[in-house]
Design a protein around this ligand. Structure first.
Ligand code: 4NP
Length: 161
């Protein structure tokens, strides 16, 4: 089992969107049994809350489930449990490192590092921009690229199903 944790600030806009979209792509590829997917936030304002209305609206429009998803905070154990921590922006990377300390097994990456041809390096925060479509387009592309990367590098194999 390969374990991926998406991380943003509030865990109500970007990382739940990434969790839901990536889970759907993984399911479509028949790899649900090979990859565990979760999301968390580095801030604690929205713990226990469902995804933001804007995130829910765009996932509904795409027919992507977010059932049962509730915001939680990043925990030190996440650095041991997960293989890959996928940060939405550079400030999340810094906050993850602070939350986990030195002792962590997980690789920490920016989500858009999988989309080197994107015109941005950080996934814009729709909590502030209001533009959930722009964020969805980037998350959708990055999700496809992340899955391709995991298969190409052999971190996940179709046989693991
Ligand atoms: P997210 O967006 O990190 O994409 O979930 C935010 C949600 C809430 C806040 C900041 C960002 N907030 O400050 O409450």
């Amino acid at each position: 089992m390969y374990r991926v944790l998406f991380v943003c600030l509030g865990n109500i806009c970007r990382s739940p969107m990434a969790e839901a979209v990536f889970r759907e792509r993984v399911a479509r590829a028949g790899l649900s049994g090979a990859i565990e997917i979760d999301s968390a936030g580095t801030g604690d304002w929205h713990l226990g809350k469902p995804p933001h209305e804007g995130t829910r609206r765009i996932l509904d429009a795409q027919g992507i489930s977010y059932e049962g998803m509730l915001a939680r905070g990043v925990r030190p154990e996440d650095g041991e449990r997960f293989d890959l921590l996928v940060a939405m922006d550079e400030s999340n990377v810094k906050a993850i490192r602070e939350a986990l300390g030195a002792k962590t097994r997980a690789e920490v990456v920016r989500f858009l590092s999988f989309v080197p041809d994107a015109r941005l390096t950080d996934v814009p925060d729709p909590y502030y921009t209001g533009d959930f479509e722009e964020t969805y387009a980037l998350i959708s592309e990055a999700s496809d690229r992340l899955l391709a990367h995991l298969l190409e590098t052999g971190k996940v194999t179709a046989a693991a199903r």
